[in-house]
Design a binder for this molecule. Structure first.
Ligand code: NAD
Length: 252
């Protein structure tokens, strides 16, 4: 079956919670060995433990993708344990809010250092290993905010960084496909994760619900088959693609 991931090695950044955690479970259940990468050690450990209870081979790796040196160390650990990497899920992302005229350089730089610079460095470091072996699947987490400006606004740095993720994915996806490396991204709509239950975002959720033709927020389970598909041979003819999963919100 072309959706099987037996024998494959995957890592997921931001794997300790939310969408990344759901990706860890989905890839592990499809047969992959899973490195759970997170900034917060307890979160990475907890998810790696959950996976091991299901009989999935797992490891926890602590890394902050905004620190270039952490990214290479993370990959070195995965390669030391399992020999290589076949599936790279670059999912860690942060979201801050401010009116654009007040967005500080600090907010801008912090957002970009995780959402775009960190993602680029992960793609490059994992990509080198994958190009070397002539095989790899990179799946980046972008956002519906790469396409539309979700109402209400105040997410200039976030939206712009996510548009960058899509263009980076298109560029790498076309550059590397004839060397066996596919690069795609997933753009979720508004997903019911801890990120959107922050004090800042809570009041917006009610308004967002009226913007979603599907009439509900996405659950992480709505995204799990997509990551398995993009990680598997079944999607070998797909590259540079932005797979949008948003209950129709970007069309309204
Ligand atoms: P979340 O905040 O619930 O979880 C993010 C995880 O990433 C946390 O475990 C956190 O510790 C980790 N993390 C944060 N910064 C990191 C760093 N510098 N290095 C390593 N790990 C780090 O977020 P989520 O909702 O699961 O979002 C995951 C991804 O999906 C993000 O890229 C986000 O922008 C994107 N996304 C989320 C939604 C949504 O509605 N929740 C919608 C579209 C896109």
């Amino acid at each position: 079956d072309r959706l099987q991931l037996d024998g494959k090695v995957a890592y997921i950044t931001g794997g300790g919670q939310g969408i990344g955690r759901a990706f860890c479970h989905a890839l592990g259940e499809a047969g992959a060995k899973v490195a759970v990468v997170d900034l917060i050690p307890a979160k990475a450990d907890a998810v790696a433990h959950e996976l091991s209870l299901k009989g999935i081979k797992s490891m926890a790796v602590v890394a902050d993708v905004s620190k270039p040196e952490d990214i290479q160390k993370m990959l070195d650990k995965v390669v030391a344990k399992w020999g290589t990497v076949h599936i790279a899920c670059n999912n860690a992302g942060i979201n801050m809010n401010s009116p654009s005229e007040e967005t500080s350089l600090e907010e801008w730089d912090k957002t970009f250092s995780v959402n775009l610079r960190g993602l680029f460095l992960c793609c490059q470091a994992a990509g080198r290993i994958m190009l070397n072996q002539g095989y790899g699947k990179i799946i980046n987490t972008a956002s519906m905010a790469s396409l539309i400006v979700p109402h209400p606004q105040k997410q200039l740095a976030y939206n712009t960084s996510k548009a960058g993720v899509v263009k980076l994915t298109q560029t790498l996806g076309t550059e590397w496909i004839n060397r066996g490396v596919r690069v795609n991204c997933i753009s979720p709509g508004i997903v019911d994760t801890p990120l959107i239950h922050s004090e800042e975002l809570k009041p917006l959720v009610q308004r967002w619900l009226t913007d979603i033709p599907a009439g509900r927020l996405a659950q992480v389970t709505d995204l799990q088959a997509a990551v398995v598909y993009l990680a598997s041979e079944a999607s070998d003819y797909m590259t540079g693609h932005n797979l949008v999963i948003e209950g129709g919100q970007s069309l309204w």
